[in-house]
Write a protein that binds this ligand. Structure first.
Ligand code: SF4
Length: 379
């Protein structure tokens, strides 16, 4: 039984009772993906068709490797809460090897990896979670008696592309932090013959992972990347740009300690260490757990976890950013005096994003209703 089959069994037990409801959720998921990828509503049925076509004609094989990590990205990926989301993901890929999710263990699991490499050679999307230790021959992370370095060497010739999911795989993360006792490096430091896509974050947002897969299913190619190999659709803006606390930043209203008046009023967390102004990620727009919340909404400053070397550059975590080179436009004490015009712009940006997503979801619901009416007419 591969990881897909295990997940499908789990999913069957929690599947909503009616086909109509599942279809609606699926189309809403397609609407959300269209909004995230910056595509018009006209792409919603195209996304649905692309997912269905991929499910019918053959899903790309995915091998998910775990090295120096906490499995937080796997947690994030499998905690997609809407049944249709899990369904869509399983329709988009064949998760053929994943140490945490697959049923085989020990030598049977390693045998499975060899089978998959042979069967799908050249077509495999290799997802790597965790950094790769290189010191002392790479002995600080071994799986089945082979080091992470040796496993990468074995897998690389068979891969179509690598996806470095989470900050440890993308940039080295916590294991690479000074003094880096294991000589940890990122996937891009080791893989030289295949494309590497970085999805940093601790963990990466599951919507980003899914949008990447949807983009591949829809266009048959990888999305545009920035200079740090991150998809532009997800890492093109700072967290600060769409933050709901931004009006307080612009008005000079800050939390000064975690239980003060400002904390209770939802003021900006910049002075208790928020790194949102220097961090490129989607958290303030796409949030977590079906848009329910994210750290800043819950009252905790952004730690800048998706930035390169964040553990060294963003600490101390609860002091505000003043280091040179971070590009913070002004000291927070001066902000309220100069940024009044930005308040309206930032609020408008967030509202616009929310409106686009809601509009896409409403469009998807209408599409589902139309499909249901047509089905009833045919009957
Ligand atoms: S500093 Fe942090 S809390 Fe304040 S507006 Fe920016 S992202 Fe939001």
């Amino acid at each position: 039984m591969n990881a897909n089959e295990v997940l499908r069994e789990l999913e069957e037990s929690s599947r909503p009772p009616t086909h109509g409801r599942r279809r609606r959720e699926f189309l809403k998921f397609c609407g959300r993906m269209a909004a995230i990828l910056g595509l018009s509503k006209a792409f919603i049925p195209k996304i649905a068709k692309a997912v269905e076509r991929t499910a019918r004609d053959g899903r790309p094989s995915v091998v998910w490797l775990e090295f120096q990590d906490c499995a937080g990205n796997t947690e994030s990926f499998t905690r997609a809460t809407a049944p249709s989301v899990a369904e869509a993901v399983l329709d988009l890929i064949s998760l053929d090897y994943h140490e945490v999710l697959m049923a085989p263990s020990g030598s049977a699991a390693e045998e499975r990896l060899r089978e998959v490499l042979k069967k799908y050679s050249g077509q495999i999307i290799v997802v790597v979670e965790g950094s790769i230790p290189t010191k002392d021959g790479g002995i600080y992370c071994t799986v089945g008696g082979r080091s992470a370095l040796q496993i990468i060497e074995e897998v690389e010739p068979h891969a179509l592309a690598f996806v470095a999911v989470g900050t440890c795989a993308a940039f080295g993360g916590l294991p690479k932090a000074n003094p880096n006792p294991t000589g940890a490096v990122a996937v891009e430091d080791v893989v030289k013959s295949k494309p590497v896509i970085n999805l940093p974050g601790c963990p990466a947002n599951p919507d980003v992972i899914m949008a990447l897969l949807v983009h591949y299913a829809l266009f048959g190619r990888l999305p545009a990347l920035d200079a740090q190999r991150r998809p532009k659709f997800a890492y093109g803006k700072k967290i600060h740009d769409n933050c709901e606390r931004r009006p307080h930043y612009d008005a000079g209203q800050f939390v000064l300690s975690f239980d003060d008046f400002g904390a209770k009023q939802g003021y900006c967390l910049y002075k208790v260490g928020c790194k949102g102004p220097v961090t490129y990620n989607v958290c303030s727009s796409w949030r977590w757990n079906m848009d329910a919340s994210w750290p800043v909404k819950a009252g905790h400053p952004c730690l800048g976890c998706s930035e390169r070397d964040f553990w060294d550059r963003m600490t101390p975590f609860y002091s505000h950013v003043q280091a040179a080179g971070f590009g913070v436009e002004s000291d927070a004490d001066d902000v309220g005096k100069v940024a009044v015009g930005l308040t309206a712009a930032s609020v408008a940006a967030h509202a616009l994003y929310t409106a686009v997503v809601r509009s896409a979801e409403r469009f998807a619901e209408r599409l589902a209703e139309k499909e249901e009416t047509e089905e009833e007419d045919e009957e």
